[in-house]
Design a protein around this ligand. Structure first.
Ligand code: PLP
Length: 503
């Protein structure tokens, strides 16, 4: 194809080690004006046998290399990122300003509490706000991610049972749950017992009642995601939590998806005992690319003694770090958690206030329903139940008609300049394509995205191979995803070899 050679050359970007020339440098050091030190005498046996193989490049070479690499990144600051269940909303820049304030950003984690009162006060205030938003009594900010919050909450449930001389083993989980739920159970020594959600995509009390009977007296608890990962509201929650409590179980709420219910529904009011938040989803702290997360756990009073230690709290006019917690499950994170994330979330909540938070979820729900309505007749929804924060489509009809699958549609969206939605999750939906637009997108952006999807569906009908071979306009074509996941080359080595592949 004409232009291919140019594309190949334009996108050629050797690693920094393969650039430059011996002796080239971006630094200029002034001449030595003190007596030289004999390193062999000063540091016997500590010197390298040969110099480290560092790249020798000029400053412009280094700058261009890294700036170019940064421009190949897909990010929420450059494009629409409708990755379902991940809540990739805009990260307000005022949060960044706050987190970078000198007194926060440069505070050493070992600063004694009396010199860190401001930071501790932010934490105590955030704990109170987060408790109020979901109708709980208290919050621990320690866990570093949603999954670690789940783990922590389940540890607290186990400690609670043990404090009463019981050690039930089974945690019931509906089949629509996020994969981390089962993993958190297993890590905790619990047995994850799946049960089916109903034909409307939500859990029916009769099914749960049967599952509870089958678990015969060994029920530690129930793990529920609400709204669930299909974006549907679990409307039977009060009944579900009642059934579990009657059997002596505790109810864990996976709170990753609070974006849909802020200011509208509180898990604590419908019987949830402990839950995690994902500050990096709901409260606009940046995520993606493996950055730091924050997964605070919120809980009812009866679980308070078991929360992670140390506890940051107010004692008269002081903010203290209380490590005298004999019944605690212990520390789950070094120091007090990812503090920068806490400052960002606190800033966001204070910036919006109660009304603002309510309109966040109203608009998030409106946008998801708008996507669903705009694609009616183009891609079928997985469930016709009115949805909350995300719209889940299935490729059933498209594949039957054209042979084009969800993965192909997702890859072709990249050519149109969009991050693919979440695909093939949740597993209960065939060929799922899960779109979570979030509240921060404009109608124009969503309309353009819908136009792109419509164009792709048309392409699938007219020239399916074009879609099946996508992406075409990116630096790299379609990757071997299994190999990329299982045998990634994560570091440079002079000769690519099996040894350089981290397995
Ligand atoms: C994102 C998510 C999680 C896991 O959160 P991490 O911060 O990625 O560990 C758990 N449950 C649900 C429903 C999620 O969407």
């Amino acid at each position: 194809m004409p232009g291919d050679a140019a594309k190949g050359l334009q996108f050629k970007e050797p690693p920094i080690f393969e650039r430059g020339a011996p002796g080239r440098s971006g630094a200029s050091l002034s001449a030595l004006d003190v007596p030289p030190v004999d390193l062999d005498a000063a540091l016997p046996n500590l010197q390298r046998a040969k110099p480290a193989a560092l790249p020798e490049v000029s400053e412009p070479e280094a700058i261009r290399h890294f700036v170019r690499l940064s421009q190949w990144n897909f990010s929420i600051d450059t494009q629409f990122y409708p990755l379902g269940s991940c809540t990739m909303k805009h990260n307000p820049k005022v949060n960044e300003w706050a987190a970078r304030l000198d007194g926060f950003a440069n505070l050493h984690p070992l600063t004694p509490p009396h010199l860190a009162q401001g930071a501790l006060e932010v934490m105590v205030r955030l704990q109170a706000l987060l408790a109020e938003i979901v109708g709980m009594d208290d919050v621990s900010l320690q866990p570093a991610a949603g999954a670690q919050g789940e783990l922590t909450g389940l540890m607290m449930i186990r400690a609670y049972h043990q404090s009463m001389g019981r050690s039930p083993r089974k945690i019931l989980i509906p089949d629509s749950a996020h994969g981390t739920n089962a993993a958190s159970c297993t890590l905790n020594g619990f047995e994850a017992v799946p049960f089916a959600s109903g034909p409307q995509g939500i859990v029916e009390p009769e099914t749960l009642a049967r599952a509870l009977e089958a678990a015969s007296g060994d029920v530690a608890g129930l793990m529920m995601t609400n709204p669930n990962t299909i974006g549907l509201y679990e409307s039977a929650m009060p009944k579900l939590t009642q059934l579990v409590h009657e059997k002596g179980g505790q109810v864990y709420g996976d709170g990753a998806n609070m974006n849909a219910v802020l200011g509208r529904a509180r898990p604590g009011d419908v019987g949830v005992d402990v839950m995690q938040y994902n500050l990096h989803k709901t409260f606009t702290t940046p995520h993606g690319g493996g950055g730091p997360g924050s997964g605070p756990v919120a809980f009812k009073r009866h679980l308070q003694p078991f929360q992670p230690s140390p506890v940051v709290r107010r004692l008269e006019n002081q903010f203290i770090i209380d490590a005298d917690r004999p019944e605690s499950v212990g520390r789950v994170r070094s120091f007090l958690g990812n503090f920068g994330m806490m400052v960002r979330a606190y800033t966001y909540i204070r910036e919006l206030g109660a009304d603002g938070l309510r309109s966040v979820s109203d608009l998030a729900v409106l946008n998801a329903n708008y996507v669903a309505a705009a694609l009616r007749g183009v891609l079928p929804l997985a469930f016709e139940t009115p949805m909350l924060h995300e719209a889940v489509f299935t490729d059933r009809a498209l594949e039957a008609k054209t042979g084009v699958k969800t993965l192909d549609v997702a890859k072709r969206l990249i050519d149109y300049g969009y991050h693919p939605p979440t695909v093939y999750f949740p597993l209960v939906v065939r060929g799922a394509l899960m779109v979570e637009p979030t509240e921060t997108e404009t109608k124009q952006t969503i309309d353009s995205f819908v136009e792109a999807l419509k164009a792709i569906v048309k392409e699938a009908e007219d020239s399916p191979d074009l879609v099946k071979g996508a992406p075409h306009l990116t630096r790299l074509g379609r990757l071997d995803e299994a190999r990329a996941a299982r045998k990634p080359r994560l570091r440079w080595s002079p000769v690519p070899s099996a040894a350089s592949e981290i397995e």
